[in-house]
Write a protein that binds this ligand. Structure first.
Ligand SMILES: [Zn+2]
Length: 224
């Protein structure tokens, strides 16, 4: 029997270590979190809205929410590999208020920037620079158009369907989806929209128009 090397022992220790757990407290409107994890900066078919925002610690989530978000992106990379998704702000490392958001306090909220297509109808990255607050200041019209860009409602529907599936597979759910009310029928009218009829879209008009991003609250059991 060959003696274990330190490296092998270290690797075995890491492999056997339990996955880091997160504990959320309270609600997305008033809460906090322990053991939150940052979403990765980018993957095969997704990227953060802003490298700076991530460095400033504004992309932390509950570990189970991270698994759902990445699981959905992984499925989408196989079904619609040409679409590039962008996620927005999520929460702070220990939660609590994160202005200007009114929620995002306990690691269960995620903003997703809308996927867009250009004049040639091909997927194109959402323009996001400091000047437009990394995409948050973009203003799309009621049909989802802005200059040469138009919102890819089919890609939003496919994304929400995969998030719902990934959440339910992990024993979680989706507690609320916020999107500009005028866009909801357009999302539901796409092929994947048929699978979204039971999703809890917020019916009332939100405090800010959700045209450049859609907000998802995941149903995670949190401590009080
Ligand atoms: Zn939000």
């Amino acid at each position: 029997m060959r003696p274990f090397s330190v490296g092998a022992m270290l690797a075995a220790t890491i492999l056997c270590a339990p996955a880091l757990a997160s504990t959320c407290f309270g609600s997305s409107a008033s809460g906090r979190i322990e053991g939150a994890v940052a979403l990765p900066l980018a993957g095969a078919n997704f990227a953060a809205y802003s490298e700076l925002g991530r460095k400033l610690g504004r992309t932390y989530v509950h570990a189970q929410v991270r698994d759902v978000v990445l699981g959905a992106y992984s499925a989408l990379s196989r079904s619609t590999p040409d679409v590039q998704y962008v996620y927005g702000e999520t929460g702070l490392r220990t939660g609590g208020p994160m202005p200007p958001h009114r929620t995002h306090e306990n690691g269960t909220s995620v903003d997703f920037m809308v996927p867009v297509r250009g004049r040639d109808r091909k997927p194109t990255p959402l323009p996001r620079i400091a000047h437009n607050h990394y995409g948050y200041d973009l203003e799309f019209d009621d049909a989802g158009k802005l200059a040469d860009l138009h919102i890819d409602f089919a890609a939003i529907a496919a994304h929400l369907a995969q998030l719902d599936l990934a959440a339910r597979r992990r024993g979680l759910g989706i507690a609320r989806v916020i999107l500009a009310p005028e866009y909801i029928p357009r999302v539901l009218a796409t092929p994947a929209g048929q699978r979204l009829k039971s999703l809890p879209f917020m019916k009332t008009r939100p405090w800010v128009r959700h045209d450049e991003h859609y907000h998802v609250d995941f149903a995670v059991t949190c401590a009080t």
